[in-house]
Ligand binder design. Structure first.
Ligand SMILES: NC(=O)c1ccc[n+]([C@@H]2O[C@H](COP(=O)([O-])OP(=O)(O)OC[C@H]3O[C@@H](n4cnc5c(N)ncnc54)[C@H](O)[C@@H]3O)[C@@H](O)[C@H]2O)c1
Ligand SMILES: O=C(O)CC[C@@H](O)C(=O)O
Length: 531
């Protein structure tokens, strides 16, 4: 049974699939302090949050069973990602579910700013009929500057075009061709602040975007500008913005997010006549809350059940087409890593993925977390390594990683060869994946095999001499070990030979010793594919 703690208000409709799952127990406990959360978290396998819960290092450290933190929304700035990664805890978010909702909020803010709607409402509701104080401006023919053209920024730009606005924008990752198709003219921040009538920000808060609009930008800003922030507090310097309003540079500002949330009651934005504020409502619609809760619940249940998942924030971002093509190889790569770790002596120094066939055309570095999970679990213990911290653990140990096409990359069938170099030797295994059949080992070193990665395999290196196979069979039979399959290979008659035996159970210590005591046998390794 998986225990899931939901520590922020998350849509019940979205959580339904978790509540219906037979292997899941959901506990809702919102509004707890960090101390209270730390006290209860050891009992949970997953934690689901929105933006209120601060998922701190102390909380993650106390979560001894925690496998995943799910964020019902986009921003993960309330989660200590470094701590989660080092504890091997996967962080997933729901990046798409609230895009349109947040875009619509930004647009509502822009329209409210243009027509002073909140101020006019307050005065009218207060009994004053004042039609002169609220002369607005049209959006039509105005220039909108969009800083950050990701999911939300692009939706805002599309709607602005429908309102007859000219859209200019800045995003280091948006290609000119795509921008042109969307009718957005890409330019730089300086041009935007000097020429736009409205600016809306839609970037994450990072070291680079913190105070992206600050005194130097306000000093050169077009007079009468209106500014909207429905992204993250801190992207716009609040003090510099107030100064710009006082100097008459700005005509108004609309903020959904603040450097400190909630802002203290004396915060100057809260009763400023030219500033519209909302309490971080960007994602607050019925639809968005259901969407993000459904998305994040799906991810969390996949992770707990060890099924493939997307949207991990503390793992490399994999485009979904690439993910779908590589996904069948994940389990096999882990098993290849596991088998090689058991075959080699010495400390791991280098891991290389060589690919052949169609696989060689893909970015196979995505397979490293799975390969490394297999390799490092053998050395560090299964519970210590997962696909989130495997790369981090490899880096800490200075293990070199590389990918290449194998010599046989022109072959029709896809194969992956994993090469492990340690301080004392280098060995390799090759696996192949057949749709409908699954993954299997097709070569151990130079020797062809046909092995499903399950149960136990004995690899015996010996001198090629008559009678050895029979003596090994007798010895194993005497220990009650059934041989399911046997494959043999040799480099030359009378030279080095290898016996690869699929056996039904683990070989007892005394049988291993008896095998090694045979003078022709040079090395015996047992590979266990069991967890
Ligand atoms: N108010 C709310 O309730 C609410 C709801 C959802 C999202 N958000 C916030 O909105 C923001 C945007 O969300 P999204 O889903 O569009 O994210 P996204 O990742 O799709 O887009 C962010 C874009 O910002 C760009 N960017 C990064 N650094 C930049 C820089 N220095 N200059 C210009 N562009 C830069 C990125 O290239 C990316 O295209 C995030 O901060 C998110 O947390 C707020
Ligand atoms: O949970 C919320 O309502 C805030 C969501 C929003 O800020 C986000 O980043 O997705």
């Amino acid at each position: 049974m998986f225990n899931i703690l939901v520590s922020d208000p998350i849509s019940d409709f979205g959580l339904q699939q978790l509540m219906d799952a037979e292997d899941v127990e959901v506990t809702k406990a919102t509004g707890l302090s960090e101390e209270e959360l730390v006290a209860i978290i050891p009992a949970y396998d997953a934690l689901l949050v929105r933006s209120q819960t601060k998922v701190t290092r102390a909380l993650l450290e106390a979560g001894v069973r925690l496998q995943v933190v799910g964020r019902a929304g986009v921003g993960v700035d309330n989660i200590d990602l470094d701590a989660a990664t080092s504890w091997g805890i996967i962080v997933v978010n729901a990046p798409d579910g609230n895009t349109v909702t947040t875009c619509e909020h930004a647009f509502a803010m822009m329209m409210a700013l243009a027509r002073h709607i909140p101020q006019a409402y307050a005065k009218t509701a207060g009994g004053q009929w004042d039609r002169k104080a609220f002369l607005g401006v049209e959006l039509r023919n105005k220039t909108l500057g969009v800083l950050g053209l990701g999911r939300i920024g692009i939706e805002v730009a599309k709607r602005a075009a429908a309102f007859g606005m000219k859209v200019i924008g800045y995003d280091p990752f948006l290609l000119e061709e795509r921008a042109n198709k969307l009718g957005i003219r890409l330019t730089d921040v300086d041009t935007i602040v000097r020429t736009a009538d409205f600016i809306t920000v839609h970037t994450p808060l990072t070291e680079e975007t913190r105070h992206m609009l600050a005194k130097p930008q306000f000093d050169v800003m077009k007079r009468g500008m209106r500014i909207i922030n429905c992204a993250r507090g801190g992207i716009i310097d609040e003090t510099a913005l107030l100064e710009a309003l006082d100097k008459g540079i700005l005509a108004g500002a609309a903020f959904d997010v603040f450097e400190q949330e909630p802002p203290p009651p004396e915060h100057p934005f809260l009763n400023h006549p030219q500033i519209i504020v909302t309490p971080h409502l960007g994602a607050s619609t019925l639809e968005a809350q259901e969407n993000v809760a459904i998305d994040v619940s799906e991810q969390v249940i996949h992770i707990l059940r060890q099924e493939p998942f997307k949207n991990a924030v503390n793992m490399p971002l994999v485009p979904s087409e690439l993910f779908n093509r590589l996904q069948p190889w994940f389990a096999l790569c882990q098993q290849l890593g596991k088998s090689l770790a058991q075959m080699t002596d010495g400390a791991v120094r280098e891991v290389r993925i060589e690919s052949a066939g169609e696989l060689a055309e893909l970015d196979t570095s995505i397979l490293f977390p799975y390969v490394l999970k297999g390799v490092l679990s053998h050395h560090l213990g299964a519970g210590q390594v997962n696909v989130v911290n495997a790369m981090h653990l490899a880096k800490l140990r200075d293990i070199q990683l590389s990918v290449s096409k194998s010599m046989f990359s022109g072959t029709a069938s896809s194969e992956v060869t994993l090469v492990l170099k340690t301080t004392v030797e280098e060995r390799w295994v090759t696996g192949s994946y057949v749709p409908g059949v699954g993954g299997r080992l097709v070569r151990i070193g130079p020797y062809p095999v046909e092995l499903l990665p399950e149960g136990y395999v004995l690899i015996i290196s010996q001198q090629d001499k008559p009678g050895i196979i029979g003596r090994v069979g007798t010895l194993l039979g005497g220990s009650g070990i059934n041989i399911a399959t046997m494959q043999v290979g040799r480099n030359e008659v009378g030279g080095s030979a290898v016996m690869i035996l699929k056996i039904d159970k683990k070989t007892p210590e005394h049988t291993m010793e008896a095998l090694l005591a045979m003078p022709e046998i040079k090395r015996v390794r047992e590979i266990s594919f069991a967890e």
